[in-house]
Design a protein around this ligand. Structure first.
Ligand code: HEC
Ligand code: HEC
Length: 246
């Protein structure tokens, strides 16, 4: 169990490390993403007190995001009512997560988490994110990464090893697609051979952990899946973001 505790604790720490020198909204957003991941993992381990803890964090983060000066993050202050409505949606859905955690009901936690994603996260992004960022090829690829990663965690939450395996394979395939010279150049703007080598090194971490996850999922070894998925997150996703995100 102690290994698992370390897993949850270190996921909580990751965004803090990654958060330096980022745009002001990015650190709370990476925390939001990490919260959603932690819900999936905590449910898989039946640690409902952790789920409840994350729900409370999502609520207080929504409160903190209300204090952000909208103009300073490039959002027209006249749209603050709309902004607040999405923050309220985050609080409402997090409250449902909390109630479901208190009932120790995995299906209900999952429904509430989907509501959180749809009404708060995706709703606000569709309304407020800079369209140019949404359309960049690199962001498009990463959105696919995120979707597979998220669904893999959903598999963990509902103990669906088939789903975990499928999504891990998908992540492995995506790294192959991203690795091509053409993709590195056109989507990620990586011209130099040294940069490409470093970038591919991080992709390789994702590929290797994806293979470990597939293997562990086949054997239905939950702790091994979690272990490999933490490696994917820290040595792949976060390590590469630290170096290559603008
Ligand atoms: C009230 C609006 C709002 C809500 C609610 C919201 N986001 Fe965001 N999110 C944004 C905006 C605006 C950005 C773009 C920030 C930027 O590019 O500076 C963003 C960006 C992100 C990013 C990308 C950060 C990056 O490095 O580019 C992630 C990941 C993210 N959000 C996750 C989430 C998750 C998960 C949730 C729900 C639990 C969520 N967000 C809820 C407004 C919101
Ligand atoms: C080899 C490098 C690399 C790896 C590995 C990587 N990413 Fe990314 N990711 C990037 C870069 C570069 C960006 C910035 C794209 C941009 O803004 O043009 C990014 C951006 C993102 C974004 C923000 C997209 C947005 O809407 O702004 C998300 C979410 C994301 N990555 C998720 C993930 C996840 C989840 C993983 C692991 C499963 C992962 N990434 C692994 C390089 C990587």
């Amino acid at each position: 169990m102690s290994r698992i505790f370390v897993l949850v604790a270190s996921l909580a720490l990751v965004p803090g490390l990654a958060g330096s020198e980022l745009r002001p909204l990015v650190p709370p957003m990476l925390d939001n993403l990490s919260s959603v991941n932690r819900i999936g993992e905590a449910v898989a381990l039946e640690q409902y007190d952790q789920v409840a803890q994350v729900a409370l964090e999502l609520m207080s983060r929504a409160n903190a995001m209300k204090e952000i000066d909208l103009e300073s993050v490039g959002i027209d202050p006249a749209r603050d009512a709309q902004w607040d409505a999405f923050l309220q949606a985050q609080r409402d859905a997090a409250m449902l997560v909390l109630v479901a955690a208190e009932k120790k009901d995995p299906q209900e936690v999952q429904r509430a988490t989907h509501q959180l994603f749809g009404n708060a996260c995706l709703g606000c992004h569709a309304t407020f994110r800079d369209p140019a960022r949404l359309l960049r090829p690199s962001v498009h690829v990463m959105t696919q990464f995120l979707a597979s990663w998220r669904d893999m965690n959903r598999g963990l939450a509902v103990n669906d090893f088939n789903l975990i395996e499928t999504r891990a394979r998908e992540l492995g395939t995506l790294t192959g697609v991203i690795s091509s010279d053409e993709m590195l150049e056109s989507a990620f703007g990586l011209g130099g051979s040294k940069q490409r080598r470093v970038f591919r090194g991080f992709l390789r971490e994702v590929t290797l952990s994806a293979e470990r996850i597939q293997e562990a999922a086949k054997q239905e070894k939950l702790v091994d899946v979690l272990d490999a998925s933490l490696d994917m997150w820290s040595k792949g996703c976060i390590a590469c973001h630290d170096k290559f995100r603008r």
